[in-house]
Design a protein around this ligand. Structure first.
Ligand code: NAP
Length: 246
């Protein structure tokens, strides 16, 4: 794992490179929204309907390091279903680092859903760390939802992303990591509340009809990004971009 940008001491030390690549900037006084996704060289965000096919050991290291820094991990219900989400878990070293920063042992998973047709029997909803379900105010959690599940009403008929992020911030969660899918990321971008984008370019060509990283109406004007870091490992390329404040 080599840090190609910015140049510096972390260039050839894998752990230092990963730390530098994922380190959050200074607090902004509002929740920071980071997006992390993997895409093939030809821009597909899934292979055979799942993102797992694009992943590999270096990608999983970056994925877990980013999770290790987050208070909340946001994902659309389709991603939770397709990628079979469970509760987030951090290793002992990460848990200790989190404790030193005053963070919970692991980030909370936040599922965005309107239908609320979720597998309420899954571990995700029965873990000691309660999962949050963000849903429109027009809907209520069904009786099948275990009592530990926390609900976050945001928006009237659809979840309003800015309102959801504000709600998480009100709950003390200031480091928000969105892991997709393309529909949710497009809405965050449309709301102009993304602070940073992390893209893992997976060394594969997959073609087919897989979605791009953002699936939504054209952004006018586009969200301009600034490349702030580049990491390379085992033919994967990791790029970190900053977005201007919305
Ligand atoms: N390459 C990557 O890094 C990556 C990352 C994530 C996902 N993926 C892939 O992307 C695919 C899934 O992505 P997707 O874009 O189809 O779906 P998605 O964004 O993960 O989820 C869409 C679902 O989220 C809920 N939702 C989204 N916006 C909402 C809103 N404003 N209000 C209420 N509910 C809302 C709805 O759930 P309900 O249906 O419950 O109402 C909707 O059907 C999968 O193939 C997955 O493997 C790839």
């Amino acid at each position: 794992m080599r840090l190609l940008l910015p140049p510096g001491a972390a260039a050839h030390d894998a752990d230092a490179a990963l730390d530098a690549f994922t380190a959050p900037g200074p607090p902004t006084g509002r929740p920071r929204v980071r997006v992390n996704m993997v895409a093939s060289v030809d821009g597909a965000t899934s292979a055979d309907g799942e993102s797992r096919g694009l992943s590999g050991p270096p990608d999983r290291r970056v994925f877990h390091r980013l999770r290790g820094r987050a208070d909340a991990v946001v994902a659309g219900a389709a991603t939770v279903r397709a990628d079979r989400y469970g509760p987030a878990r951090c290793d002992a070293a990460t848990t200790a680092e989190r404790a030193a920063r005053g963070q919970a042992p692991a980030p909370v998973i936040v599922v965005v859903s309107a239908s609320l047709e979720l597998d309420w029997e899954a571990d995700l909803f029965r873990a000691p760390v309660p999962t949050i379900v963000a849903h429109p105010r027009a809907r209520r959690l069904p009786p099948a939802a275990p009592p530990g599940v926390r609900d976050l009403p945001a928006g009237d008929d659809r979840v309003d992303m800015a309102e959801m992020v504000t709600g998480l911030g009100r709950g003390g969660m200031t480091e928000i990591l969105c892991e997709g899918g393309p529909g949710v990321v497009a809405q965050l971008a449309a709301a102009r509340i993304i602070d940073e984008v992390f893209v893992a370019v997976s060394p594969q060509l997959v073609a087919g009809d897989a979605r791009r990283m953002l699936d939504g109406p054209a952004l006018v004007p586009p969200v301009a990004l600034r490349l702030t870091a580049v990491l390379e490992a085992d033919d994967f390329l990791f790029c970190r971009y900053a977005a201007p404040p919305g």
